[in-house]
Design a protein around this ligand. Structure first.
Ligand code: AHR
Length: 517
């Protein structure tokens, strides 16, 4: 048996070192005998901030709306989100979280104060969607709650009281208030963010200053619900800057009994320079390639920060939590300033797939991620227009990757060569594989090249059939609109082995996910 294995491995290595020639199939090997880490379902998490039409209109329409809703939450959006099995939702921000005071969002709707949202358009925040509404929302979609406490402009006491209000089962004053507001049972909060971007909109804190705050918030933001564990996530790096990574991880290594964390957050957008200038549709191949190259930096970021984390935490106890990622493009013409509205094209679908593949390759360390954002904001899953709703190409990629949730990573090897445009060279293909809990082997392949389709030949693993879905589009900048909502939609794909060869035909600029039998 051992000899057969090493022959197989030898064949794989030979195949991996052979570069695909023009017109020839790309031989791809799935190392089914080399299982890696579990791909935590939480890497498919979402982010829903009080920003533009993300919450108001996108999720919350209120119980009196003519738009069909359940306790104020849109039924169509809930049904769509259930399909993609959203594991967790991060709320209420973002920059908004560091100016959010939770008491404004509890109690009778008529008594809630109107406040301001200075970060995002300076609009009125009605506070109609608050703690109970958020917890109702995650319950309706079957997700876990990821709350961020206000470190920037709040106090440790405010955060501590929010946690007591949410999680204690004892008859305290705060628990009685929660019950009077309709929820006598303690809530289960799975994840708690200790601040947001405190190197930037969260107070421009130096790494050392943040660490001193972190220790206090990590100590006093307690979970009182013993039946539901809660993981604490510290603010970490802004892109390539390693200051927070070093400082937080060093402090964690030297911590005493009084505080602890479970994760370190990383924020990195595919933006191509600030302010965002890349248009969401109507772009050419060069703009396509520029942003694909930019998104591939996620691989280096995860490696760089992962290496620092390994230094302090070789056992990988602390997760790297990429809780803001995605394309940040020029806003849709005519949309309100600060609302961050943008269309979502086939390029976004490929961006999503490439990031998922990176998270899968680093599954041992990257155990949670949250795309920014869920509805109507940045690289959204869903766009709404009053009573209408559409699913974006990014939504479809999330649904296609559902089998990868909690699956075991399997390495793949291939050499597909590259694709070059205007001096920008990109790997032509990107692929990952995994074994899902039911034992099936899944393969996800992104054909990055917009000019060439590709034949993938599954080598030496004995697979006879591939079935699944492929997300193709007429053009790299194709989008779904309310008038044409299915321009970019997954189509069924199937291939059967002929002789011993199983060949999959992939379209240019496509994302494909198949089960292999
Ligand atoms: O997602 C939009 C904003 O981007 C978030 O509020 C902030 O954390 C980040 O800078």
């Amino acid at each position: 048996m051992r000899i057969v294995r090493s022959i197989l491995l030898g064949l794989m290595l030979v195949a991996a070192s052979v570069s695909a020639r023009e017109g020839e199939p790309v031989v791809l090997q799935v190392a089914i005998d080399k299982p890696g880490a579990t791909i935590d379902r939480n890497v498919f998490g979402q982010f829903a901030e009080h920003l533009g039409r993300g919450i108001y209109e996108g999720v919350w329409v209120g119980p009196d709306s003519t738009i069909p809703n359940t306790r104020g939450i849109r039924n169509d959006v809930v049904a769509a989100l259930k399909e993609i099995r959203v594991p967790n939702v991060r709320w209420p921000g973002g920059c908004f979280a560091d100016e959010y005071h939770w008491r404004n969002g509890i109690g009778p709707a008529a008594k809630r104060p109107a406040t301001l949202n200075p970060n995002w358009g300076g609009v009125i925040e009605p506070n109609s969607f608050g703690t109970h509404e958020f917890m109702e929302f995650v319950k309706q979609i079957g997700a876990e709650a990821y709350l961020s406490v206000n470190v920037g402009s709040g106090t440790p006491r405010e955060a501590a009281e929010w946690l007591e209000y949410l999680t204690t089962g004892q008859p305290t004053e705060l628990a009685r208030e929660r019950a009077a507001n309709g929820h006598s049972e303690p809530y289960g909060i799975s994840f708690l963010g200790l601040g947001n971007e405190n190197w930037g909109c969260g107070g421009s804190m130096t790494p050392d200053y943040y660490v001193s705050q972190l220790k206090i918030y990590a100590r006093y933001s307690r979970n009182y619900n013993a039946a539901h564990s809660m993981k604490k996530i510290a603010v970490g790096p802004d892109g390539t800057d390693t200051g927070y990574t070093e400082a937080v991880m060093k402090a964690w290594k030297e911590r005493n009994w009084s505080w602890d964390i479970d994760g370190l957050s990383l924020h990195s957008y595919t933006v191509g320079g600030w302010p965002p200038k890349y248009v969401a549709t109507g772009f050419g191949e060069k703009e396509y390639a520029t942003l694909i190259k930019e998104t591939l930096r996620m691989e280096d970021l995860v490696r760089t920060h992962g290496a620092i984390m390994d230094k302090y935490d070789p056992e990988k106890k602390i997760a790297l939590v990429v809780d803001e990622w995605g394309a940040w493009l020029a806003p849709t013409e005519g949309s309100k300033e600060g609302f961050l509205e943008q269309q979502n094209s086939q390029r976004d679908a490929i961006i999503a797939a490439l990031n998922f593949n990176t998270f899968a390759r680093h599954a041992a360390r990257v155990r949670m991620a949250n795309i920014a954002q869920m509805v109507n904001v940045l690289q959204a899953m869903i766009l709404t227009d009053k009573e209408r709703m559409l699913l974006t190409p990014t939504y479809h990629v999330h649904r296609m990757y559902v089998p990868f949730q909690d699956a075991t990573y399997l390495p793949v090897s291939f050499d597909a060569g590259s694709y070059t445009v205007d001096g920008i060279t990109l790997p032509r293909l990107d692929a990952v594989a995994a074994r899902s809990k039911d034992g099936k082997v899944w393969l996800a392949v992104a054909n990055v090249d917009p000019t060439r389709g590709v034949d993938i030949e599954l080598g030496a693993t004995g697979f006879m059939r591939a079935t699944g879905e492929s997300l193709t589009a007429p053009k790299i900048d194709s989008v779904n609109t309310f008038a044409a909502p299915a321009t970019v939609a997954p189509k069924r794909i199937e291939a059967k082995a002929s002789g011993k060869k199983l060949t999959l035909k992939l379209a240019p600029h496509s994302v494909t996910v198949v089960a292999l039998d």
